[in-house]
Design a protein around this ligand. Structure first.
Ligand code: C2E
Ligand code: MG
Ligand code: MG
Length: 248
């Protein structure tokens, strides 16, 4: 039933893109907005992709759905100020789609968005399977001028060899480390090490899931470049982003 509803979701216009700011720790300005998919499922309210992405992947719906997200997010971002970037999450199944690069090129051209204003977020499992082909795809995106970020770093296998497999522009440190920051000393040690690693490799670092001033101060003191979390804003609809940017 969920599968059937999901199949109809695009046709019934019950999918929407929300955006959450990534804030530069030095300038305190919004550097980017991450696109976060929302499904307004009848009778269920707004559903997080954490709940339905796996079904979308198993059924193959992820490809048309992901293409729609790419087009929609880029279209919205073209209305923002020039210096603000849009980040889009790509699932491993989308990475394998032979039409992915063409979809990105088409969406950028249709909305006249400069490729440098697009950032693609992938998770490490993309580097675990179909590695050669996926790395070629990442390079093809990079050659367009698109930036590539490694999402949720520190979970999964977190093999350091992934950081050598592709020259990422950005490492996003998983929010589980922020959550444990106050209670576990090892969290700060890991956050600090990843930030230093990022600096040495020439990769920017973003701390995910910043909810308190204390967490912000802790990662800022370590030299983290960007922060994202409920302290600044939850994900908001596209209309909200436009209002915020006008107000700034
Ligand atoms: P993600 O890419 O790591 O996105 C960050 C998630 O953390 C979002 O959950 C966001 O709402 C949540 N978050 C942000 N700040 C905080 C905070 O301060 N505290 C807490 N507790 N949570 C925070 P969301 O929107 O439910 O998305 C879950 C995951 O679903 C995303 O994790 C991403 O992996 C995936 N996803 C979202 N949109 C898309 C999409 O368009 N395509 C694909 N393939 N995956 C998507
Ligand atoms: Mg992400
Ligand atoms: Mg993440």
């Amino acid at each position: 039933e969920a599968m059937e509803d999901l199949r109809n979701a695009l046709a019934t216009e019950s999918m929407d893109v929300y955006f959450q700011p990534l804030v530069n720790t030095r300038t305190r300005k919004v550097a980017a907005y991450e696109t976060l998919l929302r499904w307004n499922r009848p009778g269920h309210g707004l559903v997080s992709p954490a709940v339905f992405i796996s079904i979308a992947e198993e059924t193959g719906i992820i490809v048309p759905l992901g293409d729609w997200v790419i087009r929609k997010a880029i279209e919205e971002a073209a209305q923002w100020r020039d210096e603000v970037t849009v980040a889009i999450n790509l699932s491993p199944a989308q990475m394998k789609s032979p039409s992915l690069v063409a979809t990105v090129v088409g969406a950028l051209a249709a909305s006249q968005l400069d490729p440098s204003r697009l950032e693609i977020e992938i998770v490490e499992s993309v580097l675990m399977d179909e590695t050669e082909q996926n790395i070629r795809t990442l390079h093809a995106l990079r050659e367009l001028g698109v930036k590539i970020a490694l999402d949720d770093f520190g979970t999964g296998y977190s093999s350091l060899s992934y950081l050598r497999a592709f020259p990422f522009d950005k490492i996003k440190i998983d929010r589980s480390f922020m959550r444990d920051l106050e209670t576990r000393g090892d969290s700060l040690a890991i956050i600090k090490a990843v930030i230093e690693l990022g600096h040495s490799l020439g990769m920017s670092t973003t701390a995910e899931g910043i909810e308190t001033e204390e967490q912000l101060e802790a990662v800022r003191a370590q030299g983290c470049n960007e922060v994202q979390g409920f302290l600044f804003s939850p994900p908001i609809p596209g209309s909200g982003v436009i209002d915020l940017l006008k107000a700034q």
